[in-house]
Write a protein that binds this ligand. Sequence first.
Ligand code: SAM
Ligand code: SF4
Length: 335
Amino acid sequence: MKNLVEKAKEKHILSADEIVSLLSDNSINNSLFKAADEVRENFVGNDIHLRALIEFTNICRCNCLYCGLRAENKNVERYRLSKDEVLDIAQNAVNSRYKTIVLQGGEDLFFSAEYLGEIIKCIKAFDVAVTLSIGERSYDEYKLLKECGAERFLLRIETTDKDLYSKMHPNMSFENRKQCLYNLKQLGYETGTGCLVGLPGQTLESLADDILFFKELDADMIGIGPFIPHPQTPLKQCDSNNFWLSLKVMAITRLLLPDINIPATTAMETLYENGRTIALQSGANVVMPNVTDSIHKKLYEIYPNKASVDYSQLQNVLRSIGRRISKEKGFRCKR
Ligand code: SAM
Ligand code: SF4
């Protein structure tokens, strides 16, 4: 099994069967995490890129079974930030030395591409990179948002198992999800995708297919999130012990896509003590601190007890593991 880790480390290629073998054997975990950490250091270095996350709306037209913000969850107090509120938060983040602003929200069509475009143009005046995470829109809407200055887009495929995708996403189409990702790539966005790990009915085979899909898309960023059950969703009874499996999916992703940006996700820190630090030592090179004000942060509950961290806390943690915060915008340097 150690040979497989070595092969992935040297050649950055594995078959689906080989990925499944790695995922099912926990005796290799330490060598897998160490290899991913070495590949991360060789290809993207020791700098950590910080992305300031602004959760600008918790209103969503979708009903993803796992998400606390799903439209059918009537217990959520819904909000939309105004343009001025978003710009104030962005300005504060820029003052705190963040080089990327991420605008994330539910699929809320109140924010038309034109209106979002105006907000993006104002944020671009702060000389930072802009990432969007707003779900599925048409090719023309993505095009307009790109023309207004957005450089990156995060849209997880969530799972490449078509049947599971349909079960998890009522009234959504797997084909459209994929098409959106290819549209984003074609438009020249740095394209981020990723998957949830631990969904009910998900197999190791489908996780292997997820990783191979990231490679096929030539994704620029990959976010791997352990699924955390939310008590007001149909998946409230599910298990939430998915930390180590999601760490393994992340580490294998680093071996196969050595030069991309990979966040240590908030869900990892939420599920496991020091999960963020462990992820940064197993292949991750990005952190996305939430800079939304505390009132709205509480209302953006995709899962309970979301971990949070600020710039100076992170600086201390990173120093303790021999890493430092990048002063650059942190685009992918393709190698
Ligand atoms: N609405 C946009 C979308 O779905 O792409 C962006 C916001 S959505 C809250 C961002 C991500 O949250 C999703 O891609 C999903 O993987 C993740 N998420 C939602 N519910 C979750 C849960 N219960 N556990 C872990 N991650 C979750
Ligand atoms: Fe809406 Fe995104 Fe949550 Fe799905 S994951 S319900 S699209 S906010």
